[in-house]
Design a protein around this ligand. Sequence first.
Ligand code: SAM
Length: 261
Amino acid sequence: MLKAKKSLGQNFLIDVDILEKITNLTNIENKTVLEIGPGTGNLTSYILKKNPKKLFVIEKDNELANKLIDKFKDKLTVINDDVLKVDETNLFKEKVTVFGNLPYNISTEILSKWIINLKDFFWFDCLVFMFQKEVADRIIAEFNTSNYGRLSIICNWKLNIKKICDIKPFSFSPKPKIDSSLLIFHPKTNFIKINNPTNLEKVTRIFFNQRRKMLKKPYNQLFNGNQNILNKLKIDLNLRPQNLSIDTYYKLVCEYENLSS
Ligand code: SAM
C-alpha cells in the first residue's frame, strides 16, 4: 500500500460529498481543466465525470504521477513537475478552470506566485482551492481584524474570493491535525493598476514587518515622510498596518511607483 509523504503535504480527500460538492461549484463540461496535486486521483475521477474537454494535472511525486498515468491512461495529461517551477501562463490555449486540494506547505506560495505573475490577461476563469483553515481565514480577512495582512491584500488585488465551506480532518486520509476551508476565486474585471506587482509585495512586506507598531516608521522608510500622499489618501500615521483598507494599500503602491519612476 502507498505510504503518504508528509513532506509533500499528502492528505488525500476521501469524502465523496465534498468531492461532489467541489466539482459542482462551476460548470466544466467541455472546458479545459487543470488540477494541482492530484495525488491518488480521487478528485481527478470526479472532475473527469463532468466531461471536461481536456484535463491537465501537475503532480510532483514521481510514483504518484506514474500511477495516475496507469490509472487514467489518455484521459488526462500528467505533468510530473513542481507546480512552482511550471510556467502556467504559457501552458494553455484557452482559459482554464483550476482545482486543487493544495499541499498546505506551499499553498500560499502558489497563489502569490500566480497573482504576482499575472500579466495583462487571466489564463484562468476560476480557481477552486482547498487551504488549511487558518490560511483561508487570512486570505479572506477584512481590514481592522487580526487575520488581515499581506496575504489578504495580495490575494484580493485581482480576484474576488468567496468561502464555500470548512472541511473537517475526517474527510481526508491520513487525517490532518487541522481544519481546512474551500475557497473559490474569480478574476475581477476592475482593479487598481499596479505597473510592477513585485512593488505590491515590497510595500506590504515593509508595512507588515512590524504589524503591532504604528505606520510612521514603514511609511517614512518608503515615502520619506511625504505629506501630500498622506493628505491625498487620508492616512493617519498613528494607526497600525491592519487599519488601512486593501484599496489604500494598492493606492500606496501606485504612489510608490510614481515616486520611483
Ligand atoms: N488532490 C488529491 C486529493 O484531494 O486527494 C491530493 C491532495 S494532497 C493535499 C497534495 C498533493 O500535491 C499531493 O499529491 C502531493 O504529492 C502534491 N504536491 C506536493 N507538492 C507539490 C508541488 N510542489 N507541485 C506539484 N504537486 C505537489
